[in-house]
Design a protein around this ligand. Structure first.
Ligand code: AKG
Ligand code: FE2
Length: 253
């Protein structure tokens, strides 16, 4: 299939059932997905969507014969990116940094959005097949819209899975690995998974909001000390996201 995400150099397009494996201990994720990244709304041929993003350069790919699909996706994408930009100053203040600290590091939002479909998973015999296996997200934070079907769970500090119950009119925000690396784990990534045992189909739309891909994820000054030295090797945001995506999709190639 031409839209197959495995054929895309920058991980855009369609993922079939079991076409990705988020938790290496599992056997593939029981969801279908469609991934897209930044694209100006008013460029119908996709030409201005091409951005020089180093490791993740490249444009979106769109299915033919679905009028209104691209517009609807990009309308939501840009609204969610707008919300994400409003959240960065709050994270900066929480880290005792100037409110605009992240502004020059998020000039071309490196946000990936996914449209996800989870079929009902009732009588599964293999416990290593889940809607999406336990994982942390790769970017700074994730803004997740979910429909009213319960499936998402987060791992709490005691190691227990807790339902992230859908609340109408709300979004879930999870912290991801770019922030964990940048803050030397002062902000911890949320471990989560989704298993749809509801008996009906479930849809969700995460938007993973990362920094510009050329930004170096280097422990912030206030987050390292003699007793808490830097834990992570310095890497650019783009290289980091790409390496995680490669691991996820190579498994199912
Ligand atoms: O569908 C969900 O609720 C979670 C999706 C997710 O964790 C992901 O795509 O990284
Ligand atoms: Fe996730």
């Amino acid at each position: 299939m031409p839209l197959d995400i495995h054929k895309s150099p920058n991980f855009k397009g369609y993922t079939a059932l079991l076409g990705e494996n988020t938790n290496p201990e599992n056997r593939g994720d029981l969801h279908e997905g469609f991934d897209l990244g930044w694209e100006d709304i008013d460029c119908s041929d996709g030409s201005s969507s091409r951005r020089e993003d180093g490791a993740m350069s490249g444009s979106n790919i769109w299915p033919e014969g679905l009028p209104g699909f691209r517009q609807a996706c990009l309308d939501y994408y840009h609204a969610a990116v707008h919300l994400g930009k409003l959240l960065f100053p709050l994270f900066a203040l929480a880290l005792n940094l100037p409110e605009d600290f992240f502004e020059d590091k998020t000039t071309k939002p490196a946000a990936i959005m996914r449209l996800l479909y989870y079929p009902p998973q009732i009588d599964t015999t293999d416990e290593r097949v889940e809607g999406i296996g336990a994982h942390t997200d790769y970017e700074c934070f994730t803004i997740l819209w979910q429909d009213d079907v319960q499936a998402l769970q987060v791992l709490n500090n005691e190691g227990k899975w807790v339902d992230a119950v859908p609340i109408p009119g709300t979004l879930v925000v999870n912290l991801g690995d770019q922030f964990a690396r940048w803050t030397n784990d002062v902000f911890k990534s949320t471990v989560h998974r989704a298993i749809n045992r509801s008996g009906v189909e479930r849809y969700s739309i995460p938007l993973f909001f990362g920094t510009d891909y050329n930004v170096k994820l280097e422990a912030l000054p206030g987050c390292v000390s003699d007793s808490n030295p830097a834990k992570y090797e310095v890497v650019t945001a783009g290289d980091y996201v790409k390496s995680r995506l490669e691991a996820t999709y190579n498994y199912t190639k």
